[in-house]
Design a protein around this ligand. Sequence first.
Ligand SMILES: [Fe+2]
Length: 531
Amino acid sequence: MSRKPSDDNQNTLSRRNFMGAVVTAGAGAAAGGLILPESARAEVLFPKDRSEFGAGGAANPGGPYRSENDLYDCEVEGTLPKDLDGTWFRVGPDPQYPKPAKYEHDIMFDGEGHIGAFRIKDGHVDFRSRYARTQRWKAQHAARRSLFGMYRNPTTDDPSVNGLSRGTANTQIFFHHGKLLAMKEDSPPVAMNPVTLETTDDYYTFNGGLLGLTHTAHPKRDSETGEYIAFGYEAKGLATPDVFVFSADKTGHVNWHAWIKVPYASMIHDFAVTQKHVVFYVCPLATNMSLINGTLPQFNGPGPHFAWDSTLPTWFGVMRRGGDGKDLRWFKGPGYMCTHVMGCWSDGDKVTVDMDGGESNQFPFFPQLHEKFDPMKGAGHVMRFTVDLKNKRQTTYNIEKMYPDVVGALSRQDDRYHTVPYRYGFLLSSDPADGSRWAMFDHSKRSVNFFGLGRDASLAEMTFVPRKKGAAEADGYLIGVASYHKEGGRSDVVLVDTQHLDAGPVATIHLPYRLAPQIHGFWVDGGDLPG
Ligand SMILES: [Fe+2]
């Protein structure tokens, strides 16, 4: 919940206001004595304590980035495969402006989406990064200050932005029907040019086919037809239990949709799509208007949209693809929290979904309604969920912890296997002795291999890159960012052969600076890119 500024904060604020006035005055002088309107006199100075900064600064390795960059022909150690042709995109929350003091403890997820693109071809790589020009970014850019209050809480916004999209486009990017879509799950996607990173549509609705107000950050591509399948939760407004689910053909034309309701409004960060079914996992990171309005007695003011309510069960909902949603069937389970789908498939009426998750809340930055946060219970493992729709009396789902000794989050797979049986999965893992590692699972053998660079390097989520068109499942490379604490967070991008994780990187792209924070990444084959 929002916290009252302490006396220390107020003292600090006074000092920062003074500094901000100096900065503003300096900018005015530099602009030839331009007199700024009162609304533009806000400070542009981020808190010194990056871990406390509420607009993205807590993201590893911390601090806002804010610099849009172009770097032609990056330095490469090792050898980029000559036949590797494509662009690796990454995105994360990068605060555009500091928030007012009363919101500076807001969570990192509320930074503006900053997209990075590594264009790899002929053994060379060029880097470009740009903010998504969301409606929010443009309004704040014009005003030279933060206008949107707390994470997913429009009751805290400046009145001047009423009616604008709050979307930050900071969570994941996806390429389909020639469009690079940058996504945040509280709003429609933003469309961008995949080469220039120019924003081409700040409110993309699939030519009006997206009927809900929201769109997930984790759409899927049908492994056989190439269709795009997505959904949006809270699709009829804040804290509503309504979900809009749809598919679009290769041209982006919406060719199926359905409206459903979930048992209660909560964070539905990802979903599972098989050849036959769509699966939603509803967990107790819940929301309601009392929380958003700040009328819950245990909190002081408006909340950051979600709170963990351990009294709620989880629900595993399965519906038929292509139907009207009336067949949706809910299976009940304990209060787990799962965020990302590793892989899934349908075998007749039996549905299997693998997700990373823990036995309680995994996001300590959201408040707990009933007990203290327990990091042990929140530790993530690869969990296998199964239901058999043929059994009409089954009311619960089955859970298996697949690899009890491996802890991690942000599970991925070879994206060509989104909707069909799969064998290999990936996880950003952590180990007390070895630090962050990329884990590669072979489910057929129940075995796991790791890649890591030791405790001095912090790895972000990886993306799988096929070795070539038609390569076997998971035959290729893992690509992702390594950041070095002892170098002020300076970043490399490493490329590792999935057949030889133990051999270290095939190539290391050295950046001369720290990269912007990242949540997810996405690979686009060069043959699919324009130009
Ligand atoms: Fe995600």
